[in-house]
Design a protein around this ligand. Structure first.
Ligand code: F0G
Length: 345
């Protein structure tokens, strides 16, 4: 049998699997790296899209969650908790369920995409909506671990970052080396931290000749790292990255400094333009937050001819409301041939 068996099997040699017994996997990872012809043409560069929305729960969070839940199980945990803008909660609920563990998720009321809420509920998590934002949810989840026998699986849990670094391994494997630039949306700043760890690890192991520049993009209304201070009331249509006080702020800045990269902001309008461009021209339907990685390239440009990978972190199907509310409603006609001929001619 030569079947893909998930990240921990595939990359065991480069992961900290000490103490691990059974691996909890949904065969996450091994996501496509799609060449973006029209975007490449538009930018005068060689642009690739890492389709993380094709993971089992539809986002990159599955990479960190296979590791975090596997480790939590090995340590004897019976229940996990996270604060989430939606994707972490969906992944935590799915992997905890697979492991036979309980899962509590705290999400900001009314500020998580419908598909993500549906996932967490249907996978069987105990979903609690709080009257507060993500930053508050994460703080409360942390505090609860002091009062209840429960393990936190946000990216402040180092096992999450450890699993997520495999995204960088896959890029190096597919391209034969690291790209010149990695473009990635930034919310809680765990993923940019994880990719940098993966790139540097394989570089120092001699498996990649070069290191990429790390380009992170935040939504303008939720851009604490760009502004250099916490944002108390973050606001953006990209609810996944509606975060005002990123937990991995410091390591993210280290990644940017060490790689000679940058973290910059894109407006909601720029992000939605990129979201629509990707769907229409590359046939990739990603989440609004994911499109920040492409919006940033369009806004700021890239050095001609450079090889760039955009990490498209989540699947567009998770957020049908944004898709429908930001595009034209399809016309309605009578159910007759005449009406259709009139409409289509
Ligand atoms: N893209 C999507 C689709 C996300 O869901 C997230 C984060 C990010 C980008 C940003 O990644 O936080 O590592 O910088 N979502 C978290 C959640 C916060 O709760 O699902 P980051």
């Amino acid at each position: 049998m030569n079947q893909w068996g998930g990240l921990l099997h595939e990359f065991a040699q480069w992961l900290d699997l000490r103490g691990v017994g059974d691996i909890v996997t949904l065969h996450e990872g091994n996501t496509p790296l799609l060449h973006a012809e029209r975007l490449s043409e538009r930018l005068g560069a060689d642009v690739w899209l890492k389709l993380e929305g094709l993971n089992p729960t539809g986002s990159f969070k599955d990479r960190g969650m296979t590791m975090a839940i596997t480790k939590a199980k090995a340590a004897g945990a019976t229940t996990v908790i996270c604060g989430s803008t939606g994707n972490t909660s969906a992944a935590a609920a799915a992997f905890a369920g697979k492991a036979g563990m309980g899962c509590v998720v705290l999400v900001p009321e009314g500020k998580i995409a419908l598909g993500k809420l549906a996932q967490a509920i249907v996978y069987g998590a105990d979903v609690v909506q709080i009257r507060g934002n993500f930053d508050r949810a994460l703080n409360l989840a942390r505090e609860l671990t002091q009062h209840l026998p429960i393990t936190i699986v946000n990216s402040i849990n180092p096992d999450r970052i450890e699993g997520q670094k495999t995204g960088a391994f896959e890029l190096i494997r597919t391209l034969g080396d690291a790209p010149d630039i990695l473009s990635i949306p930034v919310g809680n700043a765990g993923n940019i931290t994880a990719y940098w760890r993966g790139f540097t690890q394989w570089h120092f192991e001699g498996l990649a000749a070069t290191l990429p520049k790390m380009w992170g993009f935040q939504a303008a209304g939720a851009a604490p790292i760009v502004l250099g201070h916490r944002v108390d009331e973050p606001e953006t249509i990209a609810t996944a990255i509606r975060i005002g006080n990123p937990a991995s702020w410091v390591p993210a800045l280290e990644a940017v400094d060490e790689s000679h990269g940058a973290i910059r902001a894109v407006t909601d309008a720029e992000l939605l333009d990129a979201y629509k461009f990707l769907a229409k021209n590359e046939s990739v339907f990603c989440e609004p937050a994911s499109a920040a990685s492409v919006a940033g390239l369009i806004k700021y440009g890239v050095p001609k001819g450079s090889r760039v990978v955009c990490v498209l972190t989540g699947n567009g199907l998770k957020d049908p409301d944004t898709a429908v509310s930001t595009t034209a409603t399809p016309t309605v006609v009578d159910a007759t041939l005449e009406a259709l001929l009139a409409r289509l001619s």
